[in-house]
Design a binder for this molecule. Sequence first.
Ligand SMILES: [Zn+2]
Ligand SMILES: [Zn+2]
Length: 107
Amino acid sequence: MGKMFCMTHGPQYGPQCCSHVLAAIDASSEAQASVEPDGLVSLSLDLLDDRQIVLSVLLCRACAMQYGRTDGEVLAGNEGGAPAVLSWTCPSCGVCLERWMRHSTVR
Ligand SMILES: [Zn+2]
Ligand SMILES: [Zn+2]
């Protein structure tokens, strides 16, 4: 879990997300419709390869396909840092993420 500052919710912890997921969960973004929670691929990044610090990473379907990532996968820290293995990710706001997921499954 990474820490970030949400404009709405203040300091929050949430999984690392690709730029498309981050745009989708941001209610003010126009990219909202392009990513659906159903297609998300969730994997783990074992930062120091000792299971002490494991980051959750959420990728949209397009990023997962582009980088060949699969749901439930665990990446070693040195792997995850390579640009060829993982798209750019940034910590998300867990509250915004949860709200987006709940909202979208209703539709
Ligand atoms: Zn993406
Ligand atoms: Zn938020």
